[in-house]
Ligand binder design. Structure first.
Ligand code: MCA
Ligand code: AMP
Length: 502
């Protein structure tokens, strides 16, 4: 039997043909019963563009119904979906094309796209949020191809790039089995049903928007009220029509900053979920005081989808913790020798389960490093368990900044900036930020040759997506260093801790 995720969704949609699947700008664009026809047109278009089983299809586009149909069509082809942040620069995309070697690049007509003379076979198509673009036009004129490629649970469904602590992007390989098992688990744990409707304001190019919010709607037969992007006013206006909202902590602080976000507005919802970055207990408390709702915080990562969750019973949700490992997930807290630590002691978090990816695309070494001989995946997060197994994230052993829910790897920026003329040394750190949680800050020293701040800034804007660009740059005489001469980033973080919050 085929284990294509599309077949899983279709089976769940039987008997719900009239239920709205997707709403865009307030209007129903697809019902569950006609979803196969929408997806089938895109599948026919993908086939015309040469996409076959196992091929990578790269998509760099904003949220839109066409994005959803194209994604589902890629899976229906048995091909591999590779989403990219539309904010990436051409330079960032070029590296990922070299790595993933897609047969097709679907992109918004306004987004930065590199020339690719060394990939002559790469086809291109456009997909714009207003429903225009060559892919949409092609699909509209074709007879739906309703076939779904049979695959096994172990076949690749998607590759999602995470920048990696070495500064070189790594593609996490997620299978149909990873995706299907995680959505089934979340559906049960978070008590989803066909009585739900979801406010979807997350970008579709990351796990949170694609594999949590979108998949839950499709799996539960719960209409997805989708927005082009998060906007507090638009979300507040939509709340009377939905039962569930999910987002990154920045969404919650922005809602709380909005005068129209009241107890009455939040009253019809049964569940607010937060993840992708730590939710401050002060935000949890302010949200409860304003709305009476206790936000359900969960923990996940690109390589493993959702890993732990606070309990569904509101009273059992505890701020500052990420709850318990999801059913089927084994979570260990270990010391440097990979020995299990007792409750209360902080160590590295290791996980295994049907949610964990099958390694990194064409990176056998990185895969072997991340999975120990025992098969447990090293998350790069540190934390501890209570006596009853409840997990608290304490920090990260990986050098990572999470800004507004987007990951920024300092090593990538440091490598780039170290090469700028006149720069001797660079350190990139994250410091507290009232809106984004953490903000990127760069500190540099100069080597005494010619240095030009305008050239330096130009390198940043040409090479780095906006969310990775340092929100402050400090030129130092020297760095705080340890006895080995290594830059002490913890000291730098202390020095600039009040940069945005003081
Ligand atoms: C935008 N900017 C940012 C960010 N977003 N800077 C730092 N961090 C960001 N996240 C830039 C903009 O380009 C702009 O620059 C300036 O900051 C202010 O933009 P603003 O209009 O305030 O931003 P926005 O467009 O409203 O976007 C903020 C946002 C967005 C809505 C919070 O960042 C967002 O949707 N974040 C969600 C990310 C997410 O889905 N993560 C899940 C990853 P300028 O003024 O120069 O133009 S999945 C994951 O992590 C795992 C699996 C998990 O557990 O879920
Ligand atoms: P990504 O690589 O974008 O999938 O980001 C995954 C990382 O986000 C995890 O390894 C954690 O460091 C962090 N993260 C996700 N959810 C939470 C949470 N609820 N609390 C703290 N950190 C989180």
């Amino acid at each position: 039997m085929s284990e294509n995720l599309i077949d899983v969704f279709h089976a769940r949609h039987q008997g719900h043909a009239d239920r709205p699947a997707l709403l865009w700008q307030g209007a129903v664009v697809a019902r569950l019963g006609d979803l196969p026809h929408h997806v089938g047109r895109y599948r026919a278009a993908l086939r015309e563009l040469g996409v076959a089983r196992g091929d990578r299809v790269m998509v760099k586009a904003e949220n839109s119904p066409g994005f959803v149909f194209a994604y589902l069509a890629v899976l229906a082809c048995g091909a591999v979906f590779v989403p990219l942040n539309p904010a990436y620069t051409a330079a960032e995309v070029a590296v990922l094309i070299d790595d993933a070697e897609p047969v097709l690049l679907i992109h918004a007509s306004t987004t930065a796209i590199p020339e690719t003379p060394h990939h002559p076979a790469l086809r291109r198509a456009t997909l714009d949020a207003d429903g225009t673009g060559s892919l949409c036009h092609l699909a509209a004129g074709l007879t739906p191809d309703l076939a779904v490629e049979p695959v096994t649970a172990g076949d690749l469904a998607a590759i999602l790039f995470t920048s990696g602590t070495t500064g070189r992007p790594k593609g996490a390989m997620l299978t149909h089995g990873n995706l299907a098992s995680n959505v089934a688990t979340l559906h049960a744990e978070w008590h989803f049903s066909d009585a739900d409707a979801i406010c979807h304001a997350l970008p579709l190019f990351h796990v949170h928007g694609l594999f949590v919010a979108l998949h839950l709607g499709l799996y539960a037969c719960a209409p997805l009220h989708m927005l082009p992007k998060f906007d507090a006013g638009a979300v507040i206006a939509m709340l009377p029509q939905v039962t569930v909202f999910m987002g990154v902590p920045t969404f919650y602080t922005r809602l709380l900053d909005h005068a129209d976000f009241t107890h009455a507005r939040a009253a019809p919802l049964r569940l607010f979920i937060s993840g992708s970055a730590p939710l401050l207990p002060s935000v949890f408390a302010a949200f409860e005081a304003r709305t009476g709702h206790r936000i359900l915080e969960r923990y996940g990562m690109t390589e493993a989808l959702m890993i732990t969750s606070n309990p569904y019973a509101p009273a059992a949700r505890r701020p500052g913790t990420v709850g318990y490992p999801l059913p089927g997930v084994a979570l260990r807290v270990v010391d440097a020798a990979r020995a299990d630590l007792p409750p209360g002691e902080v160590g590295e978090i290791l996980i295994s389960g049907p949610n964990v990816c099958h390694g990194y695309w064409r990176r056998a070494e990185a895969t072997a490093e991340s999975f120990g001989a025992d098969g447990f995946f090293q998350t790069g997060d540190t934390g501890f368990k209570d006596a009853d197994g409840r997990v608290t994230i304490a920090g990260r052993s990986k050098d990572l900044i999470i800004s507004g829910g987007f990951n920024v790897y300092p090593a990538e920026i440091e490598m780039l900036l170290a090469d700028v003329a006149g720069v001797a040394d660079v350190a990139v750190i994250g410091v507290p930020h009232p809106d984004f949680g953490e903000a990127v800050v760069a500190a540099i020293t100069l080597d005494g040759t010619s240095f030009d701040m305008a050239d330096f800034q130009a390198v940043i804007t040409t090479h780095l997506a906006r969310f990775k660009q340092p929100k402050a740059v400090h030129v130092l005489e020297d760095f705080p260093r340890n006895a080995m001469g290594k830059i002490v980033k913890t000291r730098l973080r202390e020095i600039y801790a009040g940069q945005f919050t003081a």
